[in-house]
Design a protein around this ligand. Sequence first.
Ligand code: 2P0
Length: 368
Amino acid sequence: MKYKASSPGIAIDKVVTVQANSNIALVKYWGKRSIGEDCSDESLNLPANSSLSITFGDELSTVTSIVFSEKLNEDEFYLNDKKIDLDEKEIQERFIVLSKLRDIAGTKLRARVVSRNFVPTASGFGSSASGMAALTFAAAKALGLGIETSRLSEIARIGSGSACRSLFGGFVEWERGNKPDGRDSVAKQLYQETYWPELRLIVTALENPKKSISSRAGMRQTAKTSRLYKERIIGAEENIKVLKAALREKDFEKVGEITMQDTMMMHAVMLDTRPPIMYLNDVSRETINTIEELNRKEGRIVAAYTYDAGPNAVILTLDNDFDKVMETLRKINGISKLIVPGIGGGARVLDESQSIIDPNTLLPVSGE
Ligand code: 2P0
């Protein structure tokens, strides 16, 4: 079937390229609302609690080019030079984003989407966050939709919860909201990326970071089976309040304390899931012990760790202690690389020279 454009704002056969960065949550999202009072449809992907994150610099990001064309009979998606099957269930659930945006634009035009991840895929660092933020932002631009970013975050959220935070830079809160249709479950920027220049991030990339279960499947399992989960939801909301106050004061020790407590609380409910979900490995545990020991020796919080759905840590520290913390981390066996990303901005359009779709042939540009 041939599809035709119906809205004048749509850029037909014109490639739009965007970059969106991944993020690390200090207060984590782990669990969705199920149908009931505050959720009318599980596919809206509504979180059980609010979360708060820092957007990484471009070191951990996704670049996506998109083109809508009457020549396409179906959507196509290429990730890191590989064509991805859009019939696969988890991909299909995420690509609903494209259909939602098409509905808003009033078109049935099909799209070719080409993405490149600069995030170690499946290492626990949201390639889905940067990926879905990039797709949502790129598609909205190409469809000529002048939607404000917080509204757009409502759509990115459907593709991936953590993606709604990646539309913004700096320090971002994804408010849980209460409405069953999810209209108030949106992300907003608390502070820009330049807010706290002394704050540094270090990512520990491990030698063998394969993860066991996807976040999406893991969360569903936790909500179904964990008895600690209810407490976690309450605890996360409390942590958000304390963390926001600590960020306002730029109180590093308080930020560190809440960050470490929150990640451990999330991993505790993962362990309390049946069957248990274990993302941390021996190197992760050694890293935790090493940081705890460093903080104990110094008599203050010099560094704080946080872990997502994988064994790699993100370490927070301040400029003055950065060298000391790096030196300590270098001594840990099993960490293959320390990445030092900046704190970055939100999703943005790149110029034509960065396109990964050839503007003449409309075919993917190989990364080779
Ligand atoms: C977070 N994570 O707050 C938490 C911490 C992983 C651990 O958001 O099902 O890919 O697509 O909404 O956003 C990763 O899960 O899950 C995540 P879906 P998502 O960053």
